[in-house]
Design a protein around this ligand. Structure first.
Ligand code: UD1
Length: 315
């Protein structure tokens, strides 16, 4: 029986966590419905037991939780604009799935669930950096859905005594992130377009900022959260990011240098539901799990560009 379950194992964060666990010699099960991920992302994870299935189905949840001790719950339907276009599907794939998984995890006696939260929960609260004591202020349906998942996870710690940890990720990027969906994250789009010699678009004036977090930092945080003593982390929520803030104009410049793109960005109106500025206070994760970033923005983007160079356009 595998000790670990990774949901969303074909997504770029899930596959990165699974890969790190396998490299440590752990036994891993993965589940994915491929609603928002690719089969090709499973290449290299052959040692993982893989179950294709949808967490909207309680029977699938029961099957994947069976015999497992720790769950990394990465499965979700990302993207703020997608949630504006279809909030019901976002809710189904972020909230219903999370609740089904928690119910099944409890029934199966899973010891710990580590949940992928989202910085979008903070919304446009003016305080920077964003710290965990701030009241949530979600703007988009996506932010609401990811926050609802957090509340369910924390509730299961309070009322059922399940060990749960919420890691609030800030704009994660890195290899295997899908660069070619209309809902792709900005750095994936920048890398793909610039490497193909196409002009990227910045929505707004480019002074929007994000705490762009290379995926290895998130993997590192998950492994720490899995190993941390329950009395320190159970029922807790903490930011996982780098603690810095990069504007889209700055990100464009770094990507331009790393890809060798020679053009300028196009500018288009800012997106509805967009948050203006995000930067994390990461001290709590330092105190609770000993987290500190292991790869900075520039190095992360360098590795990401090199990875996109190796995959065929559109892959
Ligand atoms: C949001 C969440 C993030 C979550 C992600 C999941 C916030 C602060 N962050 O990311 O935690 O993981 O959803 O989908 O709410 N942009 C461009 N050009 C493009 C694409 C995007 O300028 O081609 C801009 C967007 O308008 C936005 C920024 O880049 O200002 C980042 O967008 P995106 O990568 O989609 O992520 P967020 O919406 O910030």
């Amino acid at each position: 029986m595998p000790r670990y379950l990774v949901t969303g194992a074909a997504g770029f964060i899930g596959r990165s966590i699974a890969s790190a666990l396998l490299a440590r010699g752990e036994t891993v099960r993965g589940v994915d419905s491929f609603i928002n991920s690719k089969r090709s992302n499973l290449v290299g994870l052959e040692a993982m037991e893989f179950i294709e299935g949808d967490l909207a189905d309680p029977a699938t949840c029961a099957q994947v939780c069976s015999g497992v001790e720790i769950i990394f719950h990465e499965a979700a339907l990302g993207s703020v604009p997608r949630s504006l276009a279809d909030p019901v599907t976002t809710n189904l794939n972020c909230v219903n799935t999370t609740l089904n998984l928690l119910v099944a995890a409890r029934a199966a006696g899973v010891r710990r669930v580590i949940y992928a939260g989202s910085s979008s929960a903070y919304g446009d609260t003016p305080t920077l950096p964003k710290h965990e004591e701030l009241l949530p202020n979600p703007i988009s349906p996506y932010a609401v859905a990811k926050l609802a998942g957090e509340h369910y996870v924390r509730s299961f710690a309070r009322v059922y005594g399940m060990e749960t940890v919420v890691l609030r990720y800030f704009n994660v990027f890195g290899p295997y992130q899908n660069p070619s969906s209309p809902y792709s994250a900005v750095l994936a789009v920048f890398c793909r377009k610039m490497l193909a010699g196409e002009q990227p678009t910045i929505f707004g004036d480019g002074e929007h900022s994000r705490d762009f977090t290379y995926v290895d930092n998130v993997v590192h945080a998950n492994l720490l959260a899995a190993a941390a003593p329950a009395e320190k982390v159970s029922g807790r929520m903490m930011n996982i990011a780098t603690g810095s803030r990069i504007t889209l104009n700055q990100a464009f410049e770094v990507a331009r240098e790393l890809t060798g793109y020679s053009g300028k960005p196009a500018y288009a109106p800012a997106r509805a539901g967009d948050v203006r500025a995000a930067q994390a206070d990461i001290r709590l994760a330092g105190e609770l799990i000993g987290y500190k970033p292991v790869v900075d923005f520039r190095e992360g983007l360098c590795r990401t560009v090199e990875w996109y160079r190796t995959v065929p356009a559109g892959a």
